[in-house]
Design a protein around this ligand. Structure first.
Ligand code: SF4
Length: 280
């Protein structure tokens, strides 16, 4: 069986830097706890725990001297809260996420009502909205949600996307707002890394040589799930976390297997999967 990797896959620059920062910190003897997963990948979380940097769900649970903020970022107030409880901060927030924080702040100052297209429970979206007055923004994820709001009450609206979304999937949602609102501007906030991985997954899925596709990534990773959705439109596709999830029967009669991975999947997990496929 031949394996063909997507042209672009796996760790994005933001996650690569976050991963490196935490590893360097641990190697230097640092003791800390990460607020939420440093990246959405269970293997990376386990690896960090082995290095002595566990994952916690709230600032109050940190017993170590340092709190680590993940690549997805946190609400600005979390920095001052952590410091006021005597914690040091290791900030691994991706610079693209900070760009959106800045652009949203500027839009607010310029009189826009903010609309975040995304998952209200996602840490990145919580980071943008938690500190804002609830009347200053909406978080919308469905067309039904978009239709429930009286958009004409706002003079101008600025749309932001959660970085890891496939904007094409939400075109109808944004159009539903644009069709009724007085003025709508869109911020270009889909991360290039996500887009490149998605475009490459599309090419992989349309490759006539490929019989079946394996998409590797964490269970909670939104961008991995999007890659899987793209692939399964054209080919039998399986979403796995690692080599142990593979089933030999998926590859019955297959000659060429396509492989891609979400932006929080480390290279060694991809290699383990490919080695296991080669044994079938
Ligand atoms: S997907 Fe993009 S925005 Fe998110 S961490 Fe990676 S580089 Fe940053």
């Amino acid at each position: 069986m031949k394996i063909k990797r997507a042209e672009k896959y796996g760790f994005c620059s933001g996650v690569r830097i976050a991963d490196l920062k935490v590893k360097r910190f641990a190697a230097g003897g640092g003791r800390g706890a990460i607020l939420g997963q440093v990246v959405h990948n269970e293997r990376v979380v386990e690896e960090m725990e082995k290095l002595g940097v566990r994952t916690v769900e709230e600032i109050a649970a940190v017993k170590e001297p340092t709190i680590v903020f993940s690549a997805h970022g946190v609400p600005p107030s979390f920095h001052s809260r952590a410091k006021s409880t005597g914690l040091q901060v290791l900030d691994t927030t991706c610079k693209f996420v900070y760009d959106i924080h800045r652009e949203a702040k500027q839009a607010l100052e310029n009189g826009y009502h903010l609309v975040f297209i995304g998952d209200p429970k996602h840490r990145e979206v919580i980071g943008y909205t938690n500190d804002l007055d609830p009347s200053a923004y909406h978080i919308i994820s469905t067309i039904e949600g978009a239709r429930e709001v009286e958009w004409t009450q706002f003079e101008k609206i600025k749309i932001f996307y959660q970085t890891t979304l496939n904007s094409a999937d939400f075109e109808d949602v944004v159009r539903a707002i644009e069709n009724v609102a007085r003025r709508v501007d869109r911020a270009d906030t889909i991360c290039y890394a996500t887009k490149e991985n998605q475009d490459a997954a599309r090419v992989l899925a349309e490759d006539p040589e490929i019989d079946v596709i394996v998409v590797i990534g964490g269970k909670k990773s939104a961008n991995t799930k999007h890659l899987w959705e793209i692939c399964r439109e054209s080919k039998p596709s399986y979403l796995i976390q690692g080599a142990d999830d593979l089933e030999a029967t998926w590859f019955d009669g297959a000659e060429v297997v396509g492989v891609t991975a979400g932006s929080s999947t480390p290279d060694y997990v991809i290699e383990e999967v490919e080695h296991r496929i080669a044994t079938f």
